[in-house]
Design a binder for this molecule. Sequence first.
Ligand code: AMP
Ligand code: ZN
Length: 468
Amino acid sequence: MLTIFNSLSRKLEPFKPQNPPAVTMYTCGPTVYNFVHIGNLRAYVFYDTLKRLLRSHEYAIKHVMNITDVDDKIIRGSAAEIPNCGLRPAPSERKNQDPNERIKSFSKKYEEAYFEDLKKLNIISADVNPKATEYIPQMVTLIQTLLHKGVAYKSEDGSIYFSIKKFPQYGRLSRLDKKSLRPTERMIKDEYTKDSIQDFALWKAAKEGEPSWETPFGKGRPGWHIECSAMANDLLGETIDIHSGGVDLIFPHHENEIAQSEAATGKPFARYWIHNEHLLVDNQKMSKSLHNFYTLREIEEKGIDPLALRYLFLTVHYRDKLNFTWESLEAARQALTRLRDLVATWDEPAIGCAGYEADFLAAIADDLGTPRGLALLWDLVHDREYPTSARHASILKMDKVLGLRLDSRDEITLSSEEKKLLDDRQQARRVGDFEVSDEIRATLENKGLVIEDTANNGFRLKRKRTER
Ligand code: AMP
Ligand code: ZN
């Protein structure tokens, strides 16, 4: 039995998908106008852990995670930069560039970096990563339906707005105070706060120098919110099981997604809304606009394994705020290294410890209780009642949910001295100096590091079994 907190009911609910074992899941992805920061990555690790939990319950998940590759920020960013060179082009040069092509080449490098970050954090790829610019026809169809139903209207400048007074349920997810509604006013910006509860843009009329597409209702580009409704409907159906994102997306983004989708289909858009809390820095939300963010690159530059960040995220419940400090990341790094080094000394996995495995799964199934899950994992690590082979087997099962790559022998953390000795040994092997290579092997073995040579000058490493 799996329970999860649903932001729609504000309650813990038993998880019951529409058509088990199938589960449809939509998660809001990045806007590729910059490198994603580790706050974004907290959201992505949360999505991934949720997905791994569902997998451990034998659900077959279809996961869609979008990429926003056209919006206000991308347009501003691309106009300020010559693609791949970071300089502001001369006005004449900018005029000559096709704006649709310009945003494409501008966002490409950030998109590639985003996928690299996901890989480094051992995040399982989504089944589909649709891009907004590739879903214009689906967005156009949806907007036409909304116009046809009279819940959307065209303004004087040719932009199309959603009329929130035509959708009485507006504000249900974010518990809006309806008294502050100002439905006579309009909001063209994609991002705004609850002080601006107004009709929002579905389609923005074309402007000189901005990317645009021809449609039956005029030339222009999509507002931000419409892409998620169109993609979810097209790829997952009218009602999806799970919709996730960070808490900052509840208003206006998710509220607007619900309005667009439900006004068009007359059906509930998502059954479980699951939101992660923020990663903070100095107790403020980490965000690009506050310039208080770190990227995974900065973490790697300090020689820290990206999975130490994953470990840190797992130590705090996804619905609690987490204040990032380098000290806490260092503590997570040390814990992960110790865990890996211990596991590497254990006997080959066999059988397992059923009691611990059941307790672990129950802890995680209780609203994704990763802190409790990690505590149980450490209890098992230290429980000498069980042979290391059994502990090893259970830890690897737990890792299927945690995603810390505890099962890879390549993940042994080497000291700089060990690294140097290994390099020297490889060099000796390459030149056929087996005396030196054997000597180094013996030195390393005395230090507890066992080398097994494999074909083509390859090798495998193992820590000697010292802990039982
Ligand atoms: P964005 O690119 O800003 O649309 O954000 C992509 C995802 O990251 C969304 O699910 C956001 O809610 C989430 N996110 C942004 N900032 C943070 C943060 N500081 N902590 C946790 N999640 C965040
Ligand atoms: Zn979205």
